[in-house]
Structures are given as C-alpha cells and as structure tokens.
Design a protein around this ligand. Sequence first.
Ligand code: PLP
Length: 391
Amino acid sequence: MTDQTTSAALRRIAPSRTNAMTDRAIELRAAGRDIISLSVGEPDFATPAHVIEAAKAALDGGQTRYTAVAGTAALREAAALHFARDLGIVVPPAQVIVTAGGKQAIFEALLATLDPGDDVLIPSPWWVSYPEIVRFAGATVVDLPTKAAGGFRITAAQLEAAITPATRWLLLNSPGNPTGATYPAEELAALGAVLRRHPRVLVLSDDIYAPLRYGAGAHATLSVVCPDLADRVLTVSGVSKSHAMTGFRIGVSAGPAWLIAAMGKLQSHNSGNPCSIAQAAATAALAGPQDFLGEWRERFRTRRDRVVAAINAIPGLSAPLPDGAFYCMVDAAPVMDRFGDDEALALHLLEHGVAVVAASAFGGAAGFRISFAADDAALDEALRRIATALG
Ligand code: PLP
C-alpha cells in the first residue's frame, strides 16, 4: 500500500475556494443547469488583437526556446516602462522579474524570505492565496481585520499595534480583491511613517488591479509615496487583469535587487522562465497601445454602479461602492439567521442559479463577493435571481 501522506507544508494549506466555486459552477452547467458565474476573477473582454498577433508572430518566428529565467530583456524593459508610466515607479529592468502570473511572484517572494516564527500581517478580507502561501512557507498569518465602514482599509494605529519583532511582511493590495478598496496617498504616508520605525518589515504591494481604478486622481503606491522605503517594497503587477490575459500566465514585479535575485534563484529551480510565447504577448501588451483600457474601465464602472445599486435595493443586502478592480463585497448579515453561515448562503444562491464566493473564503464573514466581470444581461439576470433567492 502506497504511503500517501503529503508534506506537513501541504497539509497546512487549503485549496482555493474561489476556484472550487468556479469548478462547481462548471460541473453544474455540464449537467445541464443554467448557472451564471459571478465567482471568477477575470475580465470577460477579449484579449486585445495586437497581443494575439504578437503571440502568433513569436510562434512563427521560432521563439519557442528557454529564455532568461527572470524574463526576456524585451519584456523586462516593457515592464519597467509599465511601472514608470502606470504606477510612477522608476526602476531599471534589472530590478524587474517576470513570473508565471502575479501569483508566482507572491509565492516566490514569501518562500524566499519567510522562516517558521515569522509573522505576516494581512488585512482582511484578503485575496484567498495570501494566507495559504504564508502558511505553506511555515510562517504565521496575522489578520488585520477591516470593515466596510472604514473603507476596508487598515489604519496606521492598527498597523503599529500589530507589529512585533516577529513581523516580516505586510501585504497590501490596492485596489483590493475582494473589496475593491484603494489606499489614498495620505493613508499610505501614514502607514509608511509606522513602517519607518520597523526596518525588518518588508511590504508586498499588490497593485495588479491598478489600471482598473474608478476614482479621481492618480493611483497611489507605497514605494512612490515613501521613496525611502522602496528598498523593502516589492510591487506586484501583471497583464492578467488589465489586459484580459489570465490564461497567458505572466506577472511582473519590481523591487530591490536582493529580493528580485532571491526570487529568481527560486524560480530557476521551479518553473524556470515563464512561457516564451506568453512573454512576447505580454511585451506587446505593456509596450503597445493602452487606449482600449479607458473604454474597459468605463464599461466596468457602469457595471459596478448597476450591481451596487441592485444589491442595495435587495432587503437585507448592502454593498459599498468599490474604488477599483471588478469585485463587490456584499454584506448579508441581516439575512444570515436563515442560513447559518455564508457558505450555506452561497450554496443557496447556487441553487438559484448564481455562483458567488462566500466572504469567509476571504477571511470575511456574513456575506459574499460578486465579480462584475460579466456582461450586462448576465449581471441583470443574476441580480434578479439573487433577489428572488432571498425574497
Ligand atoms: N493578486 C490578486 C489580488 C489577485 O486577485 C490575483 C488573481 O486573482 C493575483 C494577484 C494573481 O493573478 P495572476 O497570477 O493571474 O497574475
């Protein structure tokens, strides 16, 4: 009999609950059920044509071999251009690493720096993979809870109270998944003032949704607001969300040379270089025309407004207006006594033909996340079903 015991590290983590819900919706659809999926975190728009052309040209041109582990020179340059143009972060291409999605960058950065006994501060509701990666690395998750009333953002006082000698990382995600919350520059400056007093703390700034912001003014990011902290900030970005390229699996990160090198060391024994064809496509995405983004943003904004208005019109549900990304966090506390927990509520909605993800999957409670990356007709029908399910 084969010993099927998995590693202690693997046993510390749970599978992604967003993927689980998406898989369940696919299964039900395959069984003939009419399910509208508002559980996936990817834009429904087609990948821009010039990106597809670049992928085809790379194939035809024989770009089918290994590349440098940290990415091709062309993509690292395009990524440096993206960081400067879209985030205001000026870095040489040598301080950029290309990974198989932003997910791999986060995995590498945390695995390369964490030891058992280290703490990682994660504001909740959080992106599902953050705590699992931290646990896989053998470190401890420290939850910094946020509330809709506080804009789903941590305060400087909350950060100060949470930092101990064991703290190694703070994970910041703006605009955030699942809340859509963004940190304005003055709040980042206040967090920076705390971080300045604690030089051991590294910061992961996950800005992957930065091009999808709806508020006025420029996107604010920690290493620009507090340039003196830039030597301990890793900024994660990519093309999955902004350029509808989730399947290409390309992320780009900018950070201090030592950390980029540490991530590259791990990557050299893990995936090696990211896919050469996908890198060519991502180069076209980041260095090519960006004008389509304005139109996408407007379409997302219209959907956001429509979804939030419809949710707030359903008795017992409420949702604040998200500033960015394409998610909306719904508070269902007033109806929870009918369900027991939010997983039961999500399953009830699935029975009524809508797949959403329970708030507890994100470290939240008594609610669910809607992804509004679906077309208007699907959104309207899904919201009608939610109203009926709770009526
Ligand atoms: N960070 C956040 C907050 C996300 O929501 C996601 C994807 O869902 C990622 C990072 C990783 O995206 P990818 O690996 O597709 O680049």
